[in-house]
Write a protein that binds this ligand. Structure first.
Ligand SMILES: CC(C)(COP(=O)(O)OP(=O)(O)OC[C@H]1O[C@@H](n2cnc3c(N)ncnc32)[C@H](O)[C@@H]1OP(=O)(O)O)[C@@H](O)C(=O)NCCC(=O)NCCS
Length: 150
């Protein structure tokens, strides 16, 4: 399985929107996202490479875009990792591989020196995933976003 991180396409962003709308608990803001909102978001964060507070990459497995990853809340050379994978591609070890590829990419390309894993408070799957990563790599820290988080 060859896993690469690349510049995301607009089509991938629309797919992520559909996955996310199907699983509102995976995100802090549980309201459904519209096609137009997601297009604006893509223009704002992916096409505008000067945005330094959030960065996104597509997860490409054997040549096919199967998910998205990135860093949020980037400041002082640190950021919070987000990952969202196609529901049909989960439990194949992709997420775990992505964590370390993303850390490597962020260090080399975005000047990041510290990251945290992150999940939203109602996201049981996200919690289990990060618990597993932390069990195996004790140096990784995790933040939980709650409705009060900024
Ligand atoms: C969470 C997510 C990224 C995991 O991706 P994945 O490719 O399925 O994860 P992996 O196959 O690499 O799993 C790594 C380990 O975590 C465990 N794990 C992953 N998801 C899990 C879940 N929902 N419940 C229990 N364990 C889970 C796996 O069993 C695996 O353990 P192992 O190493 O002993 O085999 C994916 O399920 C997803 O995109 N979910 C929706 C968005 C989300 O919740 N993102 C996380 C917060 S940003």
């Amino acid at each position: 399985m060859k896993v690469e991180l690349k510049k995301p396409t607009r089509e991938l962003f629309q797919l992520v929107r559909l996955w996310r709308n199907q699983e509102p608990n995976t995100h802090r803001d549980e309201l459904p996202i519209t096609e137009a909102q997601q297009n604006n978001y893509y223009d704002f964060y992916v096409l505008n490479e000067n945005r330094m507070d959030r960065k996104y990459l597509s997860i490409v497995v054997d040549g096919k875009e199967v998910g998205i990853c990135g860093l949020k809340n980037i400041h002082d050379c640190r950021g919070d990792i987000m990952i969202h994978i196609d529901p049909l591609q989960r439990n194949r070890g992709i997420g775990k591989k992505v964590v370390f590829k993303l850390i490597d990419h962020a260090k080399k390309n975005w000047g990041i020196i510290s990251v945290s894993g992150s999940y939203s408070w109602k996201n049981e799957g996200g919690k289990k995933f990060w618990d597993k990563i932390c069990d195996e790599h004790g140096w990784i820290r995790v933040v939980v976003f709650t409705p009060e988080s900024i």
